[in-house]
Structure formats: structure tokens, C-alpha cells
Design a protein around this ligand. Structure first.
Ligand code: SF4
Length: 292
């Protein structure tokens, strides 16, 4: 849940999730529909599907225990280098480091070099004797991440209270390296078309829409648009910006009250329906009803 999501956002979901699935075995016996329903609103839904698939594989093929070799962990759905190393450190206390953005920044400041000029795996391998001088490697990895988040911060590192400033290249150097600015994802324009049955409080949804990355979910018809597009025979509701996963969307929201819909659409009642509906759909449905 914490991949791409802040702790305060994930926490309520995490608590409810654990109430439903207190053990790996209980999760492994569940299904996608139920898991996605609990994940509703948290975004990045591939995480939920991967988590369920992973639970099933671990229970079935690894006797309900996380494998101890990185090669086996990386075969699990959705687990790459970062998560595999984090799991090895946190669960098996192995001498390895999960290299996230915080850790990269700390190391790059210590050696006073830009991140893209560092081979982090090589850096860790070369310095492993001095890095892994503890038996509490899980705490060490956690501490390294927290240190990056709380002390060696992205914009203003708090060097005055830093315990390692006397060995830090960035702190000591007169020529501090300049961080490369990350490029922001480009915004795209979309027209969203909502058929609404006001009497029955229903909205028409489809899996066929232009948001390819959400093509497994029901959304209103969505078409990529140029900002100058004018759409005939639809009521314009509003223009607003939205982020779904890491995509930035500029939305033109259109609606029409109708009890007839094209064949490829299905009616959904957002309150009663057990089908997973992304929170984006619920939000715009409410906006339209509130305005009418
Ligand atoms: S001295 Fe400053 S830049 Fe260096 S590690 Fe500490 S907080 Fe980061």
C-alpha cells in the first residue's frame, strides 16, 4: 500500500484490510473482486491484484513462508529489485539495502555526486564491510530511509544536526553537486461522458475507454481530446484537473440524463453495487447530481 502512497492515506485501508485478512492464508483464499473492493479509492490497483496473486503463490508453492533467495522473491508478481531487497532486509534481516529515492539521495550526498553518476549496487558492494556492521540490518535499512526523509531531506538537508556531517562530501565541499530536476508527467486532455439515469440514481459505465492504464475497470466513456474540442448534444458540466495513478489529466466533464444507453455500456448503482468502481467515477457522479 505504501508504494506511491503516503502513510496517512494508506493507514485506514491497511487497518480494514488486516481485519479482513489477518493472515497470508486468509488472503490467499480470497478473490480479486473482494480485494479490489477493500482497495477502492487507494489507486494503483495493480498492487492489490499482485498482492493477492503473491499470497496465493507463497501459500501454495513456498509453504506460506517468504522465500529467502532474491531470485525466488523476484519471481513473485509485481516484485522488483527494490521490494525484493526491502523484504529480505525487513523479514529475513539479510545484509542488503532497498534503494529508494531517500537512500539514493543520502548516498549521493555522502559522495557528493549526482545520482545518475553513481552505480548504487557497486557502491554498496564496495562498502559492505562498513555498511553492514550490525546484526539488526532490518533496523539499519529502515533508519537509512527515515534519515533521508527526516534529516537529509530533498530540499533543505538539516546538516547542522546530522551525525555524519564530518564524513559527508556534500557538507564538506565548496563545490556541491547540483541535483537534476525530475521531469513532471505531461498533462493530457480527456472528455468524460456520463449517461445518468436520475430516477434510478444510476450511471452508465464501460471498460472500453481511452484510459488504457485503467482498462480493467468500469469508468464512464472517456475519449482523449484536444482542448478546443466542442462536443455537440452533451451538457458541459465542468473542467478540472485530476491525477490518477501517476497520470495528470485535464478533464472536460459532460453529462446527459437518459434511460437509454449504447450497447457497450452497463448501468451501475454506486451505492448498492458490489463491483469495484474507481473513486474517480464516484466523484464525478456526485458532482453532476449535486449540480442538478
Ligand atoms: S551532512 Fe547534510 S547532506 Fe550530508 S548526510 Fe548529513 S544531512 Fe545529508
Amino acid at each position: 500500500m505504501l508504494q506511491q502512497t503516503q502513510v496517512k492515506t494508506a493507514l485506514p485501508y491497511f487497518k480494514i484490510f488486516l481485519l479482513h485478512y489477518p493472515t497470508l492464508e486468509s488472503l490467499s483464499k480470497s478473490n480479486k473482486k473482494k480485494v479490489l473492493k477493500l482497495w477502492e479509492g487507494l489507486g494503483y490497483y495493480r498492487r492489490a491484484r499482485n498482492l493477492l496473486d503473491t499470497a496465493k503463490i507463497i501459500v501454495k508453492e513456498h509453504n506460506s513462508k517468504l522465500p529467502k533467495k532474491i531470485i525466488d522473491i523476484k519471481k513473485l508478481p509485481g516484485i522488483g529489485d527494490y521490494t525484493a531487497n526491502a523484504l529480505l532486509a525487513f523479514i529475513h534481516n539479510q545484509a542488503t539495502i532497498a534503494i529508494d529515492g531517500n537512500v539514493k539521495r543520502v548516498f549521493s550526498r555522502i559522495v557528493n555526486k549526482n545520482e545518475n553518476k553513481i552505480d548504487f549496487n557497486e557502491l554498496i558492494e564496495t562498502n559492505k564491510k562498513s555498511l553492514f556492521r550490525t546484526r539488526r540490518n532490518s533496523d539499519f535499512v529502515e533508519a537509512l530511509m527515515e534519515f533521508g526523509a527526516l534529516v537529509c531531506k530533498p530540499k533543505q538537508p538539516e546538516c547542522f544536526k546530522c551525525n555524519i556531517k564530518t564524513t559527508c562530501g556534500y557538507f564538506k565541499s565548496d563545490k556541491k553537486f547540483k541535483q537534476i530536476k525530475r521531469t513532471q508527467p505531461k498533462e493530457k486532455n480527456y472528455n468524460v461522458f456520463c449517461y445518468i439515469d436520475k430516477m434510478k440514481n444510476k450511471i452508465a459505465l464501460t471498460k472500453k475507454h481511452d484510459l488504457g492504464f485503467l482498462n480493467k475497470f468500469y469508468l464512464p466513456p472517456i475519449k482523449e481530446a484536444t482542448i478546443k474540442n466542442k462536443v455537440k448534444n452533451w451538457n458541459f458540466h465542468s473542467n478540472f484537473k485530476n491525477s490518477i495513478s501517476n497520470k495528470k489529466l485535464n478533464i472536460n466533464l459532460y453529462y446527459k440524463f437518459s434511460s437509454k444507453i449504447p450497447l457497450q455500456l452497463k448501468w451501475f448503482s454506486l451505492k448498492e453495487n458490489n463491483e469495484f468502481i474507481p473513486s474517480f467515477t464516484k466523484k464525478i457522479f456526485k458532482q453532476i447530481l449535486d449540480a442538478n
